[in-house]
Design a protein around this ligand. Structure first.
Ligand SMILES: C[S@@+](CC[C@H](N)C(=O)[O-])C[C@H]1O[C@@H](n2cnc3c(N)ncnc32)[C@H](O)[C@@H]1O
Length: 232
């Protein structure tokens, strides 16, 4: 399988802040107290959420398809050793990781990049210990669809997000707000598709989070959807 992020690895690393650990209060709240826990970070990229979890005392294994992003992750690990084990691997199988071996599984900003949602969530469920927890963060499937736009309210000048093609699932490659080099396309799926895939894998949701961000559009509607739950 082609690792599309290999082509944008250096730019992506710069875009997400280089060696800094992820700074996302919602993610931190949802993952909670992780000291001493074994956590698998699926599609870890250059390692920013892996570093956050390791600084909280977790024993972290990061898996990603992109050798180039993993190289960068390992360089960051050399600069500040946090004991993170980075492995090249495919989220569809998580081959080489044992069944029932992790207390928690995290997949941050990546399920949209993975072609088979069903295979990926089944693999996450496979490596979780019974009762183990998961935290996911995806671009919000209701507000980032293959056809979106923005209009300015003529009364108060606030920005409205317009959304279309919600029911058109599949790969799409639309214009992003960021630099051209970064978008590699993504798979749009309905929110029901996500929830049903998790349920079919035995992953039971106990919390969803949607938070406003400090930009004109994302103050109005959520850009991200966070999901937390446990293996039943
Ligand atoms: C938007 S990046 C997010 C990376 C990291 N989680 C972060 O937040 O910075 C999406 C990641 O998914 C990875 N990815 C895509 N398909 C994958 C697959 N089948 N198996 C493992 N990783 C995959 C990409 O290589 C990339 O690192």
């Amino acid at each position: 399988m082609r690792a599309k992020y290999d082509e944008v690895a250096a730019d992506y690393d710069e875009w997400v802040g280089g060696s800094s650990a992820l700074d996302d209060p919602t993610f931190a709240e949802l993952t909670g107290e992780v000291a001493g826990q074994e956590i698998c970070v699926v599609a870890c990229g250059q390692g920013r959420e892996a570093r956050y979890l390791a600084t909280q005392g977790a024993v972290v294994t990061g898996v990603d398809l992109s050798e180039k992003l993993l190289e960068i992750a390992r360089l960051h690990e050399e600069t500040e050793a946090l004991g993170i084990a980075y492995r090249h691997g495919d989220a569809h199988t998580l081959e080489g990781l044992a069944d029932d071996s992790f207390d928690g599984v995290v997949c941050y900003m990546a399920l949209m990049d993975i072609p088979s949602l069903d295979d990926a969530v089944r693999s996450m469920a496979r490596v979780l210990k019974p009762g183990g927890w998961f935290v996911l963060c995806i671009v919000h499937p209701c507000f980032k669809t293959p056809a979106t736009g923005e209009i300015v309210d003529h009364v108060d000048q606030s920005v409205r997000r317009t959304v279309g093609k919600y029911f058109v699932e599949g790969y799409w490659h639309g214009p992003g707000r960021h630099r051209d080099a970064l978008p590699v396309g993504a798979y749009h799926r309905m929110i029901s598709t996500y929830v049903n895939a998790l349920a079919a894998a035995g992953l039971v949701i106990d919390q969803l989070r949607e938070v406003p961000a400090d930009t004109p559009v994302w103050r109005e509607v959520p850009q991200l959807l966070y999901v937390r739950g446990r293996l039943s």
